[in-house]
Write a protein that binds this ligand. Structure first.
Ligand SMILES: NC(=O)c1ccc[n+]([C@@H]2O[C@H](COP(=O)([O-])OP(=O)(O)OC[C@H]3O[C@@H](n4cnc5c(N)ncnc54)[C@H](O)[C@@H]3O)[C@@H](O)[C@H]2O)c1
Length: 352
């Protein structure tokens, strides 16, 4: 059995614990969190014997083979680098990092250590997105020339004053928090991670006025300044001429409570991801076939990023998310913020 340590005992790590144990080939031996109350509650709920209030001590624990990092965003890379240098495999939460420079430090540490490093992009493992991916790999859509990627909430910002809204701890706002999922999923489904140019704009129109709160997010301390984006939009041009339209919000004036989807537009067929449906012209304009109930073999029938990570360490599967892909996604996120700040399109150098 592989032995895992978890850094962070907040909202998301329960799914990590469940996935690691569901693999049947790994167990969680230790957990760390600076909040002693949360740490003890998580450990006792999951019968984890070792607890640390200092993550450095968990990283130094010689009995651990792997570490799952689930702490505020700007701490991902420092902890990942330390864990890789200590000889652990690392699965890290999204978003990868507050910049490509920072993300590159983890990529280099992974290369040096020879250990597996993966950013856990869970949307790639959903049944629906895997079905669309399988069809895309078979060439079902023809040339996919556009993806329209949306995660727009009407009133779903984190509780104001929590770390999620603060640049020093979160690195960015809705673009980093939920935009990263839709961007990553689009590039994955199109199998094109080579962006050539990005034109984007980000806005902070609600959180900064004390509006738009959802019911999620905790923080120590509370009362932090909300200084991140709560709306983001971008046009991303990829190598070969394909484009991605990205529309993201934590809060905005719209009818729907929430819209989450990637629409793919191909020469032979189109698709929505959630739910997985494909559409194509039958004969003549306006006549469509709507292919619901898709039956297709998916690559990861366990649907779990942690199971994929464990099996990849053991050589039983290939990692679904590669470091190279995660660096490319990070580069596009950086370019969206840069384009918004500078007010013009950002060209991305080939190979960057
Ligand atoms: N994959 C997903 O869909 C998904 C969903 C939710 C959150 N996340 C990501 O997971 C990460 C954690 O999110 P969350 O919702 O669990 O946040 P959270 O605020 O609920 O928990 C964060 C925890 O980190 C702890 N912490 C802060 N600094 C620490 C330090 N120096 N050492 C040890 N512990 C420390 C906090 O005390 C807190 O318990 C974020 O990066 C978030 O973006 C991913």
């Amino acid at each position: 059995m592989l032995k895992f340590g978890i850094i962070g005992a907040g909202a998301i790590p329960q799914t990590g614990f469940d996935g690691i144990t569901a693999s049947g080939k790994a167990e969680v031996l230790a957990v760390a969190d600076i909040n002693d109350k949360r740490l003890k509650a998580f450990a006792s709920r999951n019968r984890i014997s070792r607890t640390y209030t200092d993550a450095a001590k968990l990283i130094a624990d010689k009995d651990l083979d792997a570490v799952y990092i689930a702490v505020p965003n700007t701490l991902h890379v420092p902890f990942a680098v330390a864990a890789l240098e200590a000889g652990k495999h690392v699965i890290c939460e999204k978003p990868f990092a507050p910049s490509l420079n920072e993300a590159t430090k983890a990529a280099e540490a992974a290369k040096k250590s020879g250990k597996l490093f993966m950013v856990g992009m869970n949307q790639r493992f959903a049944e629906d997105s895997q079905k669309i991916k399988a069809l895309s790999e078979k060439g079902y859509f023809g040339e996919i020339y556009n993806a329209s990627a949306t995660w727009r909430r009407r009133c779903g910002a984190p509780r104001l004053g929590t770390w999620f809204g603060n640049t020093a701890l979160a690195g960015g706002g809705c673009l980093y928090d939920i935009g990263v999922h839709m961007l990553d999923l689009s590039m994955f489904l199109m199998d094109n991670f080579e962006a050539e140019s990005v034109s984007g704009a980000t806005y902070s129109k609600f959180g900064s006025r004390g509006l738009g709160e959802g019911s999620w997010g905790k923080s120590d301390p509370e009362g932090l300044l909300f200084d991140v984006d709560d709306f983001a939009t971008a046009l991303i041009k990829l190598k070969g001429g394909a484009t991605i339209n990205l529309n993201i919000s934590w809060a905005c004036n719209q009818k729907a409570r929430e819209i989450v989807n990637v629409d793919l537009h191909g020469t032979e067929a189109g698709a929505t991801c959630y739910p997985a449906e494909v559409y194509r012209f039958e004969k003549g304009v306006g006549t469509y076939s709507d292919v619901g109930g898709i039956t297709v073999d998916v690559r990861y029938p366990h649907h779990d990023r942690f199971v994929n990570f464990v099996k990849s360490i053991l050589g039983e599967e290939k990692p679904c998310v590669t470091i190279a892909q995660s660096l490319k996604v990070q580069g596009v996120l950086d370019a969206i913020y840069a384009s918004s700040r500078e007010g013009h399109e950002i060209r991305i150098k080939a190979g960057a």
